[in-house]
Write a protein that binds this ligand. Structure first.
Ligand SMILES: Nc1ncnc2c1ncn2[C@@H]1O[C@H](COP(=O)(O)OP(=O)(O)OP(=O)(O)O)[C@@H](O)[C@H]1O
Length: 788
């Protein structure tokens, strides 16, 4: 709610810090700082200061906001419609920066009513879940379609629909409140309360503005809100603390409830009505209204989806690149790479991106999102270089952030292909696992306008490399590939720092195959408020490809290695040109799986975060080019990697969330091709299926495993070094401990981990360091051994 204000100020402050550290880093390196502090102490000191400042700003903003809301209540109670008009003359001219409560509410309403924002109405992530069948409502079929916008923009609509009084006095009598915080818009929640003293019901309706007022509203003791049709809709909590605000009236009548503090609102905030003990009934009209809106949205979307499904997952649109407003040299490069027609997401996004608008884009895996952001990126560079005089060191004009090193390299390679005929435009990668000095040399000898980076290494350059921050000051476009992952907690801090170091006047583009609702909410960390949301999947659309057959197997953990071996054998026997990716839960489990399958003479390669970068790059390149190869990997390969013609993806164990499942699966069935995905779960992991229940995944029967194969697996497992297995056990325990559904029952977790330890042929459960056990909350759990 206060974020825009806060962001604005904290950004300025952080920029100052950025510049400060940059100034210090000029001319040879920031090695010592005032007070004898080293770089990190200096940095921490300033981070602390920034946090304090941020807190103070937040407090100020809160106060301002509360004052504004109080004024609004006063105005209402005094019978004035405009909150500002209720101020004294001297106050009325004050500009309540950054915006008035009404404007704020309107802005929220606008944002949530935007085209494509309907899914924000949905309480769950992902597409709208289908609604349970409802008994037919009278006259429902003859109801005209609901204009959703009208629901927010015009109160009258609802009021007329439902016979709610519209006059000022009436509306004051039946006070209107609804819900802000971006959750409900338009339809207002209507509560009925019965006055203790009278049998007639007092309609109290809550309007959008007044949820902002909620902290100031005190409700009568004992009054309860009845559960709404959907329990997730915002609740009005009339809790004990609020009721303790009750004061005795001078006449000794304690049953008269005062609402809000008299100190702030004088007599206006004293409710002189008798206390209403409880809400007598909930107005079902509201949930009905919501239901109708949802149905209307579903209806609209199902017809859109029908059109979409009619050209069944077609990847390419009708539009050609040469029909678009992009450089002929780029078009030439595109056609030499075999791109003539645009893909659907490219067509949907290009004009918006070329217009300079901020956008957040959701499109299925393997549908050409990279080119969709690279084309406008190249245009932005061309535009900027033609209008700006030549610099000795060109500024960085486009910054592309990726979550993994391999993805950054892949994007850079694709950019290079598109820049084939453009002289004087270059792209460089800044990724971890390479020598920092080599980066520096490349940046100096061949400064490029486009940088593709992983967040950590980019920050190293911002903080340590003199001149780099200055080059970033010319940035025109910031792109986040796999945006939802970059906005995840794991990357968030780095991302915030990076955003603070680039100009505010820039275009930002966010792309991913999965954009959960909360990511859309926090995307404004990067995007302007007036951004566009482009969703080529569509609400209610399936996020995976119809041509990818999805199935799952449930088997005890002890059988997983054997089953993977069996599935691979089966697949290889059916396909000459197979190419398989096996995803494991952690790097060390990946390593164990790789060693086992290699021991069993399968043609496998391994890739995970514990491998040196040079090795990772070599394996990635080999797998891209090869046929008849199996890649055993962790989530480093889950997102964005474009290995052509992957025929099967096996996921062993639960992915960390629904999004990971979709991205891993998306390594097959790219460019509209066919593919297959198998998820292998232990019985206690079956709960995960609930997260993907809207996806077309089917249960497969357990294969017939012969005893020879079992012996073979056991023999091969016995040959693997114990240290690898111990590391796998530790990693396994760490992974599942971090998964809420499993990690919360520590005893069960340790028991399962012991079984895993058995299944990989360890004689006894490996011991943990005391510190590790403590950190994981496992110290006193039976079955955990502590290292002496
Ligand atoms: N217009 C086009 N014509 C033909 N092929 C294309 C076109 N655009 C992209 N491709 C190809 O489609 C494949 C997938 O593209 P890309 O890797 O950009 O997908 P993506 O949507 O980013 O996938 P992910 O969500 O997994 O990151 C690539 O092999 C790319 O070369």
């Amino acid at each position: 709610m206060y974020s825009s204000f806060l962001r604005e100020h904290s950004r300025t402050f952080s920029k100052l810090l950025c510049n400060l550290s940059f100034v210090r880093s000029m001319g040879g390196g920031p090695r010592t700082f005032p007070g004898g502090l080293n770089k990190w102490q200096w940095k921490r000191l300033h981070e602390k200061k920034a946090k304090e400042k941020e807190k103070k700003l937040l407090e100020q903003e809160k106060e301002l906001y509360q004052a504004r809301v109080r004024t609004q209540i006063r105005a209402k109670l005094a019978g004035k419609s405009d909150d500002r008009s209720s101020f004294s003359d001297s106050q009325s001219s004050v500009d309540y920066n950054p915006m008035s409560a009404k404007d704020h509410v309107k802005a929220l309403a606008d944002r949530f009513m935007k085209e494509g924002a309907e899914d924000l109405w949905n309480e769950d992530d992902g597409p709208l879940k289908s609604l349970p069948p409802r008994p037919p409502l009278e006259n429902r079929s003859v109801r005209p379609p609901i204009d959703l916008r009208n629901l927010t923009s015009s109160r009258r609509n609802l009021e007329n629909n439902r016979g709610i009084p519209t006059s000022v006095t009436d509306s004051l009598k039946s006070r209107h409140y609804s819900v802000a915080a971006g959750r409900i818009l338009g339809p207002r929640i209507r509560f009925r309360r019965r006055k203790e003293s009278s049998s007639s019901e007092d309609d109290s309706e809550f309007s959008l503005e007044d949820d902002l007022v909620k902290p100031f509203v005190r409700e009568s003791k004992g009054s309860q809100q009845k559960t709404m049709g959907n329990s997730k809709w915002p609740r009005f909590n009339f809790n004990e603390k609020e009721s303790s605000d009750e004061e005795s009236e001078p006449n000794g009548r304690t049953s008269v409830k005062k609402m809000m503090s008299r100190a702030t609102l004088g007599n206006y905030d004293v409710k002189t009505k008798r206390r209403a003990p409880k809400i007598v009934e909930e107005d079902n009209g509201f949930s009905e209204q919501i239901q109708l809106i949802r149905e209307e949205l579903n209806r609209r979307n199902s017809s859109e989806n029908a059109v979409r499904r009619s050209d069944e997952e077609s990847l390419l649109s009708q539009k050609r690149f040469d029909e678009c407003n992009i450089s002929p040299l780029t078009i030439k490069a595109l056609s030499s790479a075999g791109y003539v027609q645009m893909t659907v997401v490219q067509e949907a996004t290009l004009s918006v991106c070329l217009d300079g608008k901020d956008a957040i884009v959701k499109a299925k895996t393997g549908t050409g999102k990279s080119a969709a952001f690279l084309l406008p990126a190249i245009e932005a560079v061309l535009k900027a270089t033609s209008s700006v005089k030549s610099h000795r060191v060109p500024p960085i004009l486009v910054l592309i952030l990726c979550p993994t090193r391999e993805l950054a390299s892949q994007i850079a390679a694709e950019t290079n292909a598109m820049l084939k005929y453009h002289d004087g435009i270059g792209v460089q990668t800044l990724i971890g696992g390479t020598r920092f000095k080599d980066d520096q040399k490349r940046l100096e000898s061949d400064p490029s306008q486009i940088i593709v980076a992983t967040p950590g290494r980019l920050l190293d350059h911002i903080e340590n490399k003199s001149g780099f921050s200055v080059r970033l000051m010319g940035l025109k476009m910031l792109i986040l590939d796999e945006a939802d992952h970059l906005l995840d907690l794991g990357f968030r801090k780095d991302l915030e720092k990076i955003v603070d170091c680039v100009p505010r006047q820039r275009q930002s583009l966010l792309f991913s195959a999965t954009i959960p609702k909360e990511v859309r909410r926090i995307s404004q960390l990067v995007l302007k408020r007036e951004h566009v949301f482009i969703d080529t999947v569509g609400m209610g659309g399936v996020e995976t490809h119809a041509k990818v057959k999805q199935s799952y197997l449930v088997a005890p953990h002890e059988l997983h290695f054997q089953i993977v071996h069996y599935l691979l054998k089966e697949h290889i026997s059916q396909l000459l040109d197979y190419k398989v990716i096996v995803f494991c839960t952690t790097a060390m489990v990946t390593s164990l799986m790789f060693l086992l399958l290699r021991e069993m003479k399968m043609k496998v390669r391994e890739m995970h975060s514990r491998k040196p970068q040079l090795y990772r790059t070599r394996i990635s390149d080999e797998f891209r080019e090869s046929k008849q190869l199996i890649l055993i990997t962790s989530d480093v390969s889950a997102r964005g990697m474009n290995y052509p013609d992957v025929t099967l993806v096996i996921q062993v164990g639960i992915p960390s969330d629904r999004e990971h499942y979709i991205h891993r699966l998306g390594r097959t069935g790219r460019e509209g091709k066919e593919g297959e995905g198998i998820l292998l779960l232990a019985p206690w992991e079956e709960y995960f299926l609930d997260e993907i229940k809207d996806l077309p995944i089917q249960k497969s029967p357990l294969p017939q495993l012969d005893s020879d194969a079992k012996l073979k697996v056991e023999d091969s497992m016995a040959k693997i070094d114990t240290s690898v297995k111990e590391a796998a056990y530790h990693a396994w325990l760490g992974y599942y401990n971090s998964i809420r559904e499993i990690g919360r029952d520590k005893t069960m977790l340790v028991e399962l981990a012991s079984r895993f330890s058995d299944s990989i042929g360890l004689q006894k459960v490996p011991a943990l360091f005391r510190k590790t056990a403590l950190k994981m909350g496992l110290k006193d759990i039976p079955g955990i051994r502590i290292r002496k």
